[in-house]
Design a protein around this ligand. Structure first.
Ligand code: NDP
Length: 332
């Protein structure tokens, strides 16, 4: 198959690209930055014949994707702003997330050859902060964040909450698009929680790490013990497999999946695994402890079953990422 991947030079997108290439598919990788795209291509010489880079600078108009969608059989739309450093949440997070989904779907509908679009939503679109245990409960893909648009973009809303709104309203826009436009493709959405693991995208300095891995590094490098807002996580490599399975499995069409490890995490666990697996660990890791919040669950098992995804253990994920980060640090 020939697949367009947006956000291809980001943390999750690059793993999705690699999973597609490994399976023999042809990939068009969309990025805002051609130099990053070139770096990505140069570091995969074995796939040069099946990987092309396309620049999509602006998400706000469907015309921006017109070239990118030409001739592809499917799309994995990963791109969306994920940062907690903002000055205007609506402009930097919420609007571009929604515009990105609408534009890519609109361009796909006009092109006409696309059969499926897989969209990276988030557990942020599932979470309900007002719901607390006891009694114990489990989130599933039936759950939706009750946050309103007005709350998400209010001036005093934090970037964390606005980001959740960006993911919720972008995903809703996708479901609405297929319902109303009845294009020649179906949509699958994936809702992963905190995603961790080794990086495959071009990152020059540890200071430029993506938002989720930056938290692991903050613990390992002794900077701080971040707050674990939820105890749920998934390894980026397992999530990449889920994206590709969601694309190729006929019966996944029209479904929403929570893709999450059954094991829970805390940054206290990150600390323990770093101490246990690295000689320098004890001297360096962040101070403080943090228990795993075990009051509630998230059903990632349905996605595991229906998409045939196995979930790695947290110890391995922490090890593989920290090992790589330490090497990067040595080169800085
Ligand atoms: P990254 O920041 O590494 O990747 C984000 C990607 O989106 C980048 O490729 C970036 O493009 C692109 N992007 C960001 N803002 C814009 C914009 N305004 N216009 C066009 N493109 C934009 O983060 P992740 O890989 O972690 O995130 C990828 C997706 O996964 C996002 O949709 C995020 O919401 C979702 N997600 C992430 C989780 C995590 O823990 N990491 C958990 C759940 C969901 P470029 O490379 O060209 O700059």
């Amino acid at each position: 198959l020939y697949i367009l991947v947006t956000g291809a030079t980001g943390f999750i997108g690059a793993h999705v690209v690699d999973e597609l290439l490994r399976r023999g598919h042809r990939v068009r990788a969309a990025t805002r930055s051609l130099p990053k795209g070139e770096l990505m291509k140069i570091s995969r010489p074995q796939y040069a014949a099946r990987l092309d880079i396309v620049q999509v600078r602006d998400f706000s108009a469907s015309a921006s994707f017109t070239d990118a969608v030409q001739g592809v059989d499917g799309i994995i739309h990963v791109a969306s702003p994920f940062t907690y450093t903002t000055t205007d949440n609506e402009k930097e997070l919420v609007k571009p997330a929604i515009a990105g989904v609408k534009s890519v779907l609109d361009a796909a509908a006009q092109e006409g050859k696309v059969k499926r679009v897989v969209i990276t939503s988030s557990f942020a679109a599932v979470l309900d902060v007002g719901r607390t245990a006891p009694p114990r409960f489990a989130y599933t893909s039936e759950d939706w964040n009750p946050l309103t648009y007005e709350e998400a973009v209010a001036k005093d809303t934090s970037a964390v909450v606005a980001y959740r709104g960006s993911k919720k309203f972008a995903e809703l826009a996708a479901w609405e698009f297929v319902r109303e436009r009845k294009p020649g493709f179906d949509v699958v959405t994936l809702c992963p929680p905190m995603t961790f693991g080794p990086i495959a995208h071009p990152v020059e300095r540890l200071a430029d790490l993506n938002e989720s891995n930056a938290m692991l590094w903050a613990v390992a490098s002794g900077k701080e013990m971040p707050v674990a807002r939820v105890p749920f996580w998934v390894d980026v490599r397992d999530l990449a497999v889920a994206h590709v399975e969601a694309l190729v499995r006929a019966d996944a069409g029209g479904k929403r999946f929570v893709v999450a490890s059954p094991e829970k995490f805390s940054y206290g666990l990150v600390k323990r695994f770093v101490e246990e697996q690295f000689e320098w660990g004890r001297e360096r890791v962040a101070q403080g402890e943090q228990e795993v919040d075990d009051g509630y669950d998230l059903d990632g098992e349905r996605a595991g079953r229906e998409l045939g995804v196995g979930y790695r253990g947290f110890r391995e994920t922490v090890r593989d990422f920290v090992e790589q980060a330490v090497k990067m640090e040595g080169r800085e």
